[in-house]
Design a protein around this ligand. Structure first.
Ligand code: ADE
Length: 242
C-alpha cells in the first residue's frame, strides 16, 4: 500500500516526519523544489505501508504555499511515486460559528475553490468552483476514528475578503485552506483517490489578525495533525481502499 502525503509547509510535516523516522531522498524531484521523505512502516495489522511525504519545498526563503506549488507537487508525486491514495494534510482556518476550535482536526468530505470568480454561464462557474470528488471511504474512516467532517474550500490568500466569505458560506464551506482543491484537481485528472486531513490554526470569524493567530497556533495544530495521521495510516492499511 502506497500512501503519499502532500504537505505544503515543513512545519506541518515535521512532527510526522520525526514520528515515523522517514528519511529525505535528496534531489528526488530535481529540478522541482518539492522534497520527498520516505519510509516503509509497520502497521498494527494489514498491508505494510510505503509512506511518502512530499513537501512543496521553498522559494525566496519560505515554504511554497498555495495552489500552484500544490499542483506541481501532486502531479510530480503521482507520476513518480504511483500512490494508491493521496492525502493532503495541513492547517486551515475554520469558523467559530460552526463550533470549530484551535487544533481540532477534520477529515474533508468535499472541496472547492472560493476565490475563482468567473462570470459567464454555468459551465464557467462550475469549472471555477471545482467541487472535485473525495475518496469514497473518507466518511467511514472519519466515523470509525471519531473525527468531524467538513467541506474544504481553497484560495490563494491567507486573508479572507467579503466575496470569499460569501462564496464559502453559500457553498457550505467550513475549512479554509490554500491547497486542498488544487491537490484534488490533479488527483481527479489522474484518477487517484484523494483525502484531506486538516487541523485548525485560526478562526476566520474570531476577530484576531489571521497571520498572528496562525503563527501562534501552528505547532499545537501540527502536533494534533500528527496524532490523527498516525491513526489514519493505520486505518487505511487495515481496511484497504475498497
Ligand atoms: N491555513 C491556515 N489558516 C488558513 C487560513 N485562514 N486561510 C487559508 N489557509 C490557511
Amino acid at each position: 500500500m502506497n500512501i503519499t502525503y502532500i504537505i505544503a509547509m515543513q512545519a506541518e510535516a515535521e512532527p510526522f516526519i520525526e514520528h515515523f523516522g522517514v528519511q529525505e531522498v535528496p534531489d528526488f524531484f530535481s529540478p522541482l523544489p518539492c522534497r520527498l521523505y520516505r519510509a516503509d512502516i509497520a502497521v498494527t495489522s494489514g498491508e505494510p505501508v510505503r509512506l511518502n511525504i512530499v513537501c512543496n519545498g521553498q522559494q525566496h526563503g519560505s515554504d511554497l504555499v498555495g495552489c500552484e506549488a500544490a499542483s506541481v507537487a501532486t502531479l510530480a508525486a503521482i507520476e513518480k511515486l504511483h500512490p494508491d491514495i493521496v492525502i493532503n494534510s495541513g492547517t486551515c482556518g475554520a469558523f467559530r460559528a460552526d463550533g470549530a476550535d484551535i487544533a481540532r482536526v477534520y477529515i474533508g468530505n468535499s472541496c472547492m475553490f472560493h476565490d475563482r470568480r468567473v462570470p459567464g454561464d454555468d459551465r464557467w462557474g462550475t469549472q471555477a468552483l471545482g467541487n472535485y470528488p473525495v475518496w469514497s471511504g473518507a466518511e467511514t474512516l472519519a466515523h470509525t476514528l471519531g473525527l468531524d467532517m467538513a467541506k474544504v474550500t481553497t484560495g490563494s490568500s491567507l486573508d479572507m475578503q467579503p466575496c470569499d466569505l460569501q462564496i464559502i458560506r453559500e457553498n457550505g464551506g467550513r475549512l479554509k485552506d490554500m491547497e486542498g482543491a488544487a491537490v484534488a484537481f490533479v488527483c481527479s485528472l489522474m484518477g487517484v483517490p484523494v483525502m484531506f486531513v486538516k487541523s485548525v490554526t485560526d478562526l476566520c470569524d474570531g476577530g484576531a489578525e489571521t497571520y498572528e493567530e496562525f503563527s501562534r497556533n501552528l505547532s499545537k495544530a501540527c502536533r494534533a495533525l500528527k496524532e490523527v495521521n498516525i491513526r489514519v495510516i493505520d486505518y487505511i492499511a487495515t481496511h484497504r481502499l475498497a
